[in-house]
Design a protein around this ligand. Structure first.
Ligand code: C2E
Ligand code: MG
Ligand code: MG
Ligand code: MG
Length: 279
């Protein structure tokens, strides 16, 4: 249980010990499974909502265990508390490069693949040089691999992170700000962010159908994006009504269950063929 403010007392709570034990067990298994490559990427298409054409995909990490899939929301925070997050970053990059190779072989070299970076990965001064080097060595052309960072990551250590992101962009690549609108960043920082795309967080998309206030907020985000020359992508698009509203208001790219859930790479390739044929 959490501290409840004045009047609450800290007592022995078996749940805390259980949770800590659970985290510890997960962490040691994570270390083993990292070596066994039980962690793998799935891919969720990013769609031009008007035509249905797939323009990119986001790589989302999965961890398969004997008890089923453990979601990243559960193991990324644990990995961030150890150095495993760096090993995870390496694994994601390696698998993303393989995926880009496969996509090119399938005639889909125009798709931009994005990977998520966590704040702690930026502690490594070699993060961006390493990314650029790995891509170059793998023959991945600049612009094919996008990185996503949350607003909170960028704000964490703004000078350092924005310099690193600028360096990545100087290499001809794009940067997306993830979960945009949920991070309490000041407008001044938003203005200075080296970003090509803002990903509107799914909580805002979900509110589009609720009320006028919800829609007004998304209009505001779209205006903001325009003013900093960033394009927008809507996360968590689940209904046709949301997609319609978004395209009518200048947000053209969507990612969400309306189009597809995250899927294996070969399924993405099939999906692109089907979407291309439909368009
Ligand atoms: P994110 O980067 O914001 O990813 C979007 C999340 O929304 C994904 O959850 C995706 O499966 C989910 N999603 C997509 N469309 C819909 C929809 O229409 N409705 C709903 N309700 N959800 C939708 P997922 O895959 O569980 O990932 C959660 C978070 O874990 C990601 O949020 C990202 O912050 C983190 N993550 C995932 N992969 C990686 C990775 O390789 N590295 C790091 N550092 N973080 C990762
Ligand atoms: Mg993301
Ligand atoms: Mg997001
Ligand atoms: Mg998120």
């Amino acid at each position: 249980a959490k501290l409840q403010g004045p009047g609450s007392r800290i007592a022995y709570d078996p749940h805390i010990e259980q949770a800590a034990g659970h985290r510890f067990a997960l962490m040691s298994r994570l270390g083993q499974d990292l070596r066994r490559e039980a962690l793998f990427l799935q891919f969720q298409p990013q769609v031009d909502m008007a035509s249905g054409r797939v323009v990119g995909a986001e790589a989302l990490l999965r961890w398969r265990t004997d008890e089923g899939l453990i979601p990243p929301s559960e193991f990324i925070p644990i990995a961030e508390k150890s150095s495993y997050i760096h090993a995870i970053g390496d694994l994601v990059l390696r698998q993303a490069c393989q995926a880009l190779d496969r996509l090119a072989a399938a005639g889909l070299a125009h798709l931009v693949l994005s990977i998520n970076l966590s704040a702690r990965q930026f502690e490594d001064p070699n993060l961006i040089p390493g990314l650029l080097e790995t891509c170059a060595a793998a023959g991945i052309a600049p612009g094919r691999l996008e990185v996503e960072v949350t607003e909170t990551t960028a704000m964490d250590n703004f000078a350092h992170v924005s310099q690193a992101l600028s360096r990545y962009r100087d290499g001809g690549n794009t940067v997306a700000i993830d979960d945009f609108g949920t991070g309490f960043s000041s407008l001044e920082y938003v203005y200075q962010l080296p970003a090509d795309r803002l990903k509107i967080d799914q909580v805002f998309v979900a509110r589009l159908e609720h009320d006028e206030r919800g829609r007004q907020l998304v209009r505001l985000i779209l205006d903001l994006a325009r003013s900093i020359d960033a394009t927008v992508i809507a996360e968590g698009v689940e209904t046709a009504a949301q997609a319609e509203w978004l395209t009518a208001h200048g947000c053209h790219i969507g990612q969400g269950w309306l189009y597809a859930r995250p899927m294996p790479l070969e399924a993405l390739i099939d999906f692109c063929g089907a979407a291309g044929a439909a368009a």
